[in-house]
Design a protein around this ligand. Structure first.
Ligand code: ATP
Ligand code: MG
Length: 447
């Protein structure tokens, strides 16, 4: 993409309403624009990151055997009356009436709707297990929307729902999502630690929040440091195999959110391993059994013909919140430092003297070559002072900056800056596309 044709409204001043780095940087780098309290437009640069996060989440859901679908944002109140949540949900639910005075709502989540869809199409235990998911905008009328996309009112969530014949099988579905989440967050470049979370009135031990440690996080959390250092399962995960050992490994050490914190248990962790910190909740998984299937009569015929309410779980990822969490983990005072898999572009190509015949020719050639190798390039072909161009590139934080100017053209060299380390090197112009495209490919190779 040529910057001259792009829409990148960067801000010089720091917006005063933004209290944390990710919010400030998303506004300053022209990634989002506030359209109302907790409601944002995704500008071109921010939208690309959002789509990349979404795609990684999707790939890992698919790998785990979940089936993607799409449910509407607008739901009927009557559906929520079946579960009893229409009255229970309170003011967080945005309630709407249509022209016929029918009560509707903008969905804050989809347990009721998926249960209704499931019961219409599944009859027998032989059709189980199933995991269905969608990635859709939610609306929750939060009392205090803040920190930009971290706590929005309109936000993008991936929510999955599992259906099983009994608890033993439901646990297996839960392990699948647990491991899929470990992989998802690792691919996104963030360390999200599964922590014991409140299961509410249902009880049991099957609810975890995935927490990214960050000083600006809203939750107080406690965990064993060795969990932070634990390696995420990579290549060899077999989602048809036994995933309990991985689940056990990641839940054997102490990790709990504030509500579930057990001080005496934490005290028994060796002091040198104790971490008490703040964190951002980027995912939440939950086994809730018959909570919806029973009142909503989502039953299947068991092997003896009797009607059995299905055992359900739900599994959420905050797709738009993750963007804030990733920036919190990767930035400096000059701007973002995107990990390659979610970077809006892989390379920023800077033409230091746009309009100069030789500079333009060299840059155009590099731009074409990189693009044809699948590298995503934002090509700064605009006029303007070098200082302004460098500052803008640092702010938007693409992993590599490739700088071409008249001096480099003479010596046959391009200057390359790695934004993650801020290290600079010079590379021969005729080698630069090969070298940089190779590094980009290596950095993207995870699966
Ligand atoms: P929180 O405790 O932060 O309010 P929640 O427990 O209400 O979140 P869930 O219902 O578990 O959230 O939703 C699943 C995921 O959706 C959360 O883990 C979080 O990442 C994301 N999420 C929830 N509320 C918001 C919001 N207001 N803005 C952005 N993301 C959100
Ligand atoms: Mg939660």
């Amino acid at each position: 993409m040529r910057l001259s044709r792009y829409y990148l409204p960067v801000l010089k001043e720091t917006p005063s309403e933004a209290q944390i780095a990710s919010h400030r940087l998303m506004l300053r780098a022209g990634m989002i624009r506030q359209e109302g309290a907790g409601i944002y437009a995704w500008l071109p640069l921010g939208f690309r990151v959002l789509k990349k996060i979404e795609q990684i989440v999707r790939e890992e859901q698919d790998r785990a055997g979940a089936a993607e679908m799409l449910m509407p944002t607008i739901q009927q109140a009557d559906l929520w009356r079946e579960s009893g949540r229409y009255d229970a949900y309170g003011k967080e639910m945005l309630r709407i009436t249509d022209r016929a005075d029918r009560e509707m709502l903008f969905g804050p989540t989809n347990e009721e709707m998926i249960t209704e869809i499931f019961r219409a199409g599944v009859r027998s235990y032989k059709d189980l297990p199933k995991i269905l998911y969608h990635i859709q905008w939610k609306f929750r009328d939060e009392i205090r929307p803040r920190f930009g996309v971290m706590r929005g009112r309109e936000f993008l969530m991936k929510d999955s729902y599992s259906f099983d014949i009994d608890e033993e099988s439901a646990r297996k579905s839960y392990y699948k999502m647990f491991v899929a989440y470990l992989r998802t967050f690792a691919r996104l470049g963030v360390k999200a630690i599964p922590m014991r979370a409140d299961t509410g009135p249902i009880g049991g031990d099957l609810s975890h929040e995935f927490i990214v440690l960050a000083e600006t996080g809203e939750s107080a959390v406690f965990c064993d440091k060795r969990l932070v250092e634990m390696d995420t399962p990579k290549k060899d995960v077999d989602f048809d195999g036994d995933l309990k050992p991985i689940f056990d490994q990641f839940t054997s050490l102490y990790a709990a959110t504030d509500e579930m914190h057990d001080k005496s248990e934490f005290d028994s962790v060796d002091q040198k391993h104790q971490v008490s910190a703040r964190g951002i909740e980027v995912g939440h998984i939950f086994f809730f059994g018959e909570k919806y299937s029973k009142p909503m009569k989502a039953v299947v015929a068991g092997s003896d013909g009797s009607e059995i309410p299905v055992q359900m779980g739900s599994y959420g990822v905050g797709v738009s919140r993750l963007m804030g969490a990733i920036i919190e983990a990767y930035h400096d005072e000059n701007g973002c430092k995107w990990p390659m898999p979610v970077a809006p572009y892989h390379v920023g190509l800077v033409n230091l003297r746009s309009g100069d015949e030789d500079c333009d020719a060299a840059c155009d050639k590099i731009y074409k070559e990189l693009t044809s190798k699948g590298v995503e390039v934002l090509y700064d072909d605009t006029g303007g002072r070098p200082g302004e161009k460098f500052a803008r590139m640092d702010l938007i934080g693409l992993p590599y900056q490739l700088v071409i100017g008249p001096r480099g053209i003479k010596s046959g060299e391009a200057e390359v800056k790695n934004r993650t380390t801020d290290e600079r090197e010079t590379i021969a112009i005729d080698k630069v596309t090969e070298i940089i495209s190779g590094r980009v490919a290596d950095a993207l190779d995870y699966a």
